[in-house]
Write a protein that binds this ligand. Structure first.
Ligand SMILES: Cc1ncc(COP(=O)(O)OP(=O)(O)O)c(N)n1
Ligand SMILES: Cc1nc(C(=O)O)sc1CCOP(=O)(O)O
Ligand SMILES: [Mg+2]
Length: 265
């Protein structure tokens, strides 16, 4: 264990604040060189590299119009890089069954399946990853259980928490709420705007992919990209869309329109 409960991990052994300045400079230079030699590709680790983060779909059965599995398949067919199952209905059996169906469906696509909140369900259904927030298991605790096996995402509402999560071994961060989202998540913060993404980037640099979340649609995805996000995590604009494929494409195009050239996907 490192200071303040952070775990010492192979390859990413300590948080930014625990490292010497010299080590930090060399590490940043290495990342910058790798990114420069092949822009558009993350070089964090094998779980993260090569994932298209631009559209991170969150399938929440409470907000899906129509059949959940059909909606998820349409999202995968439309090329979402990551699909999170956010099932707040509270029955592990139900979530596990849906999770298994998603994992099976994803075999035909390049989509990574992430389970929200529940590490046990993520492991049991063979998902690629798990996402945890401030009221779930900590990123450090999840990492201790899964080692390098699973993609581990964490929620950050401010730059300091973002840095702590990276130090604990988070593979990526969900950062919000950028726009109004309290109709979906009653304890979401008031809108922080895309400036929150810029503040997180200023704190953690390009260490891990960062997806913005909260009230994101094609109308504001470009601003989220321009602030330095790797992608947008979205529930309503995808789960409630009449045409899933068209909504996904619009979101991706809007995100691309705000992106700086060379930023890793
Ligand atoms: C990608 C992504 N980012 C943030 C969240 C929110 O997680 P959390 O704060 O644990 O809230 P719930 O979604 O569990 O209500 C997320 N799910 N995904
Ligand atoms: C699940 C979630 N987490 C948030 C956070 O701020 O961490 S906001 C949010 C809801 C996102 O739904 P929509 O895309 O429909 O606004
Ligand atoms: Mg959670």
């Amino acid at each position: 264990m490192g200071p303040a409960g952070t775990l010492k991990l192979p390859g990413r052994s300590a948080g930014r604040r625990d490292r010497s300045e010299g080590y930090e400079r060399v590490r940043r230079l290495r990342i910058a060189l790798l990114q420069w030699s092949d822009p558009g590709v993350w070089r964090v680790n094998a779980r993260v590299d090569g994932i298209d983060w631009r559209v991170y779909a969150i399938v929440d059965p409470a907000f899906v119009t129509g059949d959940v599995l059909e909606r998820a398949r349409a999202l995968m067919a439309a090329g979402v890089g990551v699909l999170q199952l956010r099932d707040k209905r509270g029955q592990a059996r139900q979530t596990w069954e849906l999770g298994r169906a998603l994992v099976e469906a994803a075999e035909a696509f390049a989509t990574k399946i992430v389970i929200n909140d529940r590490l046990d369900v993520a492991l049991a259904c063979g998902a690629h990853g798990v996402h945890v927030g401030p009221h779930d298991l900590s990123v450090a605790a999840v990492r201790q259980v899964v080692g390098e096996r699973l993609l581990v995402g964490g929620s950050a509402g401010d730059p300091q928490r973002a840095a702590r999560l990276v130090a604990q071994g988070a593979d990526y961060l969900g950062v919000g709420a950028l726009f109004e989202a309290r109709a979906v998540k009653s304890d979401a913060s008031a809108p922080q705007g895309p400036a929150l993404i810029a503040a997180v980037r200023a704190e953690i640099g390009d260490e891990v992919p960062v997806v913005g979340i909260g009230g994101i649609s094609a109308a504001n995805a470009g601003a989220v990209a321009a602030a330095g996000a790797s992608g947008v995590a979205v529930i309503r604009a995808l789960c409630g869309a009449e045409d899933t494929g068209a909504a996904t494409r619009e979101l991706r195009e809007a995100f691309d329109s705000g992106r700086s050239p060379g930023r890793a996907g």
